[in-house]
Design a protein around this ligand. Structure first.
Ligand code: PMP
Length: 437
């Protein structure tokens, strides 16, 4: 097909035209095959063209694809809300507010947190605190909460102030910074704290230490601040547990989901809100002031129900944990051999790999070299898709994320590692870095 320039996301790169997907592979119009080592943007949780999901989509569309949420509810939306509540598995019920993207989910969480306090007469309690090296979405409210300078800078005048808390790799001291930040602002002004359980794109898989979120929970409770876990990337089995927060012993007040929830088959996302947070809202003056035309549409809801059923049926959460350990070992072994491969971190199938000029001393490349982008492009030329992430230390450094579909098998994982190694070896040669012998 003739190429249009009208939808090109970047001026300086040529994107192949995707024509077909099957399992962990994507094929382009020129006949090239790509191993989807990042599930796109950590999204295609089940791989591509899974027949059960396609059947569920077709069946739903045969009965009804769209109803408007203030005119009808549907079995699909009700089932999905019930299933998500069951998966959270708390003593408290979690309500579902369905939206169409992760950004909308975090903005909805923000608005519900503010409304929760307003309905109790606290009109000043409307700031949402967050951390550096974080990403909560591209719309203005979501961007206001994001500690991502590159994405903020063009819109700085429209955004709330910058985050003030260190990323979670700062350790337990980082959690104490939340206490200080709330005291500085005054607890009367703070509605909520939002954090990705494990930081994705803006940090390159940053994992807090044991006890971190338990301490965050204590601090939030002490100051009467809600805790929002942004699970848009970590949710639905990605990290080897159903939710990223399941690795810690702390329950969030609001959980946001996106990406893996529709697994790339449909745009759907959600804010799951605890009954405790809902209580004053239900008694209050107004319904929740967030909702979009497509919220809870039956076509997307039925697709997400099918995705969750598929995950359960095939034990994909457990599989994510096992495959993650396998890949982590392989990448660590590769790191011992390739100077380009620095620290390797991960939980389940969410693995961050730092790219360093000298891994022995963890020396980063100068930013101007654009090593992450060069790696992503070379990997793609070699038939492997990986996801670029800002470096682990304040936007410096280079990191890529490996996050294949949870369905990946051992042979495909070995191929992924082989293509990664080939890419690393070629870049090392280009940068004149000698392999460890
Ligand atoms: N939160 C997190 C943690 C994310 O990783 C992302 C997307 N990368 C978002 C929010 C925004 O989601 P979306 O791109 O679907 O708006």
């Amino acid at each position: 097909m003739e190429r249009s320039l009208l939808i090109k996301p970047k001026m300086d790169d040529e994107y192949p035209t995707a024509v077909r997907g099957e399992g962990v592979y994507i094929y382009d119009a020129a006949g090239h095959k790509y191993l989807d080592g990042s599930s796109g943007a950590v999204t295609a949780l089940l791989g591509h063209a899974v027949p059960e999901i396609i059947d569920a989509m077709y069946n739903q569309s045969k009965s009804i694809s769209f109803t408007y949420r203030s005119q009808f509810t549907t079995d699909a939306a009700e089932q999905l809300a019930q299933k998500l509540n069951e998966l959270v598995g708390s003593d408290t019920d979690y309500w579902s507010f369905f939206v169409d993207s992760g950004s909308e989910a975090t903005e909805t969480a923000m608005k519900i947190a503010i409304q929760h306090w307003q309905e109790q007469g606290n009109y000043r309690k409307n700031k949402v605190l967050s951390r550096w090296n974080s990403y909560h979405g591209i719309t203005l409210g979501a961007l206001s909460m994001s500690g991502h300078l590159e994405r903020r800078k063009r819109f700085a005048p429209l955004l709330d102030e910058l985050p003030s808390i260190s990323p979670p790799d700062a350790g337990l001291a980082g959690a104490e910074e939340l206490d200080q930040a709330i005291r500085r602002k005054g607890a009367d002004n703070v509605a909520a704290f939002i954090a990705e359980p494990i930081v994705g794109a803006a940090g390159g898989v940053l994992i807090p230490p044991a006890g971190y979120y338990e301490r965050i929970r204590e601090i939030c409770d002490h100051h009467q601040v809600l805790f929002i876990a942004d699970e848009v990337m970590t949710g639905i089995g990605r990290t080897g547990r159903m939710f990223g927060m399941d690795h810690w012993g702390a329950e969030p007040d609001i959980i946001t989901l996106g990406k893996g929830m529709g697994a790339g088959y449909t745009p759907i996302a959600a804010a799951l809100v605890s009954a405790r947070v809902m209580e004053p809202i239900l008694k209050g003056t107004q319904s929740v002031m967030s909702g979009h035309t497509y919220s809870a549409n039956p076509q997307s809801a039925a697709t997400a129900v099918a995705v969750l059923a598929y995950i359960e049926k095939h034990g994909l959460v457990e599989r994510s944990a096992m495959s993650g350990l396998y890949l982590l070992d392989k990448f660590k072994a590769l790191g011992a051999y390739c100077p380009l491969i620095g620290e390797v971190r991960g939980k389940g199938l969410m693995i961050g790999i730092d790219l360093t000029a000298d891994s022995a001393v963890n020396r980063p490349f100068p930013k101007e070299m654009g090593v992450t982008a060069a790696f992503v492009k070379k990997a793609r030329d070699n038939g492997l898709l990986v996801y670029p992430a800002a470096g682990a230390s304040g936007g410096d450094g280079d990191t890529v994320i490996v996050a294949p579909p949870l369905t990946i098998n051992q042979e495909e994982m070995d191929e992924l590692v082989r293509l990664f190694k080939k890419t690393a070896a070629e870049l090392q040669q280009e940068y004149s870095i000698n392999a460890v012998t």
